[in-house]
Design a protein. Structure first.
Length: 175
């Protein structure tokens, strides 16, 4: 069924708004997926705050113009499903990677985290990016280590003094 011009404009505006707010986008070829598998993908994506859209590539190119993902426009070829990550840069890639373990037919073609287009081969690298909470906890661990070391060092001085005094006392009692 052909879309009317107004419908196409509405779709372009919706996807443009999505892309403007998204942290990353993954475009994957869905050829060979059943309706049930696509439904499962959408369900998993919804749980992770990832928006899945299937639109024509020409409309996607227009929608991505003026966003940070504009550079992937030349790579959009074939029947593609677009996953927009709304919570953290790696969540869309994690959803596609996890779904690929179940269904090999889903083939990532191009992805972007706002710093240029990357091939689908780099999906694992983007999927391994930490979430916001993980990044904060790693930062806190790194910041806490020098303080702990300083506290242990400062605590060691009186401990060493006590051991030295005890050794002197033992030596005098033995003599």
């Amino acid at each position: 069924m052909a879309l009317k011009l107004e419908d196409k404009k509405r779709i372009v505006e919706e996807v443009h708004a999505l892309a403007s707010d998204a942290y990353s986008v993954v475009a994957a070829e869905y050829r060979g997926l059943t309706v049930e598998q696509m439904t499962n993908l959408r369900r998993q994506a919804r749980e992770s705050k990832v928006v899945i859209r299937v639109i024509k590539n020409t409309l996607a190119r227009r929608a991505l113009e003026g966003t940070q993902f504009e550079d992937i426009g030349s790579e959009l070829v074939g029947p593609l499903v677009y996953a927009f990550s709304m919570e953290d840069p790696g969540s869309a890639a994690r959803i596609i990677k996890a779904f690929r373990k179940e269904v090999k037919a889903l083939e990532p073609k191009v992805l972007s985290i706002g710093s240029g287009a990357m091939s689908g081969d780099q999906l694992d690298a983007v999927a391994s990016l930490p979430t916001y909470d993980e990044a904060i906890s790693k930062l806190m661990y790194v910041m806490k280590a020098p303080v702990e070391k300083l506290a242990r060092t400062l605590n060691e001085v009186p401990g060493k003094l006590v051991r030295t005094v005890a050794a002197i006392k033992d030596a005098k009692e033995a003599a």
